[in-house]
Design a protein around this ligand. Structure first.
Ligand SMILES: Nc1nc2c(c(=O)[nH]1)N[C@H]1C(S)=C(S)[C@@H](COP(=O)(O)O)O[C@H]1N2
Ligand SMILES: [Mo]
Length: 244
């Protein structure tokens, strides 16, 4: 989906500067390889957010993903500064560091990613903690039936029902394709909701609040479905990404 600015609409002329920038980045990716992947990924995200052609998606590090952020820039939290809070209708509110999350039981999932605007990336690996484990640790109270997610970009929000959040294909992920989740992809920690359109997978995850009602997330306030099952929502019929 597009940022509200909408400057990536079809038919926008390709600026010479964008094309040259794309070529230069491609060369940089070849020259430096994976060592600078995080840095390159972030530069690419910046360029592709001004690239109406989608060409940047073909570069090394572009990896078929489109970059999405409703915020103006890519937020950053270092591995040591990162915190995730779990609160709301729970018996034991908690704050976790990245190291805390890495020390818990890890789950690895490899599934296709599907964006509601049509692009799909096959077999993406995510690794992290089952959201249901975090919920168990905090002890969800009887009135708790939904979750509200907040992000350290200060803008984006998402939601799930408690039953959805307890599925075994819903992760609080800190690795993607065998490496730390990059800033551009929502690192150090993002949500990964495998069976739903990718807008449910909130990047730069900072807060999980257990609530008594589903509160529609950012894009859902603009009309996208709250129940975002791939292939069975948003008027689309994509092949499902996960059966759980
Ligand atoms: N915080 C935050 N999370 C977000 C978004 C966003 O704009 N901000 N965009 C969503 C959408 S619409 C998609 S398709 C994916 C894109 O993830 P990617 O940038 O890793 O491809 O992130 C989702 N999570
Ligand atoms: Mo999206």
């Amino acid at each position: 989906m597009q940022q509200s600015g909408g400057q990536r609409g079809a038919g926008t002329p390709v600026g010479r500067r964008v094309v040259l920038g794309v070529l230069a980045l491609g060369a940089a990716g070849v020259a430096f390889g994976a060592r600078i992947q995080n840095g390159l990924d972030n530069v690419l995200a910046n360029v592709s957010s001004h690239d109406p052609t989608g060409l940047t998606g073909l570069l090394p590090g572009g990896d078929g993903f489109r970059f999405y952020s409703v915020a103006d820039s890519i937020p950053h939290r270092s591995a040591t500064d990162y915190r995730l809070t779990v609160g709301g209708l729970v018996d034991r509110p908690a704050t976790y560091t990245l190291a805390d999350l890495q020390a818990m039981q890890q789950t690895r999932l490899v599934k296709d990613v599907q964006c509601v605007t049509g692009w799909r990336v096959p077999k993406v690996e995510f690794k992290g903690v089952l959201l249901s484990d975090l919920l168990d640790m905090s002890g969800v109270q009887a009135q708790g039936t939904a979750l509200h997610f907040t992000c350290f970009d200060g803008v984006y929000t998402e939601s799930l029902t408690l039953a959805e959040a307890r599925r075994n294909d819903v992760l609080v992920a800190h690795e993607m394709n065998g490496a730390p989740v990059t800033d551009a992809h929502g690192g150090p920690v993002r949500l990964y909701v495998a069976p739903m359109y990718f807008y449910k997978s909130a990047k730069w995850l900072s807060g999980i609040t257990v609530t008594s009602q589903v509160e529609p997330g950012y894009w859902e306030q603009y009309g996208y479905d709250v129940e975002a099952w791939v292939g069975n929502s948003n008027g689309r019929n994509d092949a499902p990404t996960s059966t759980g």
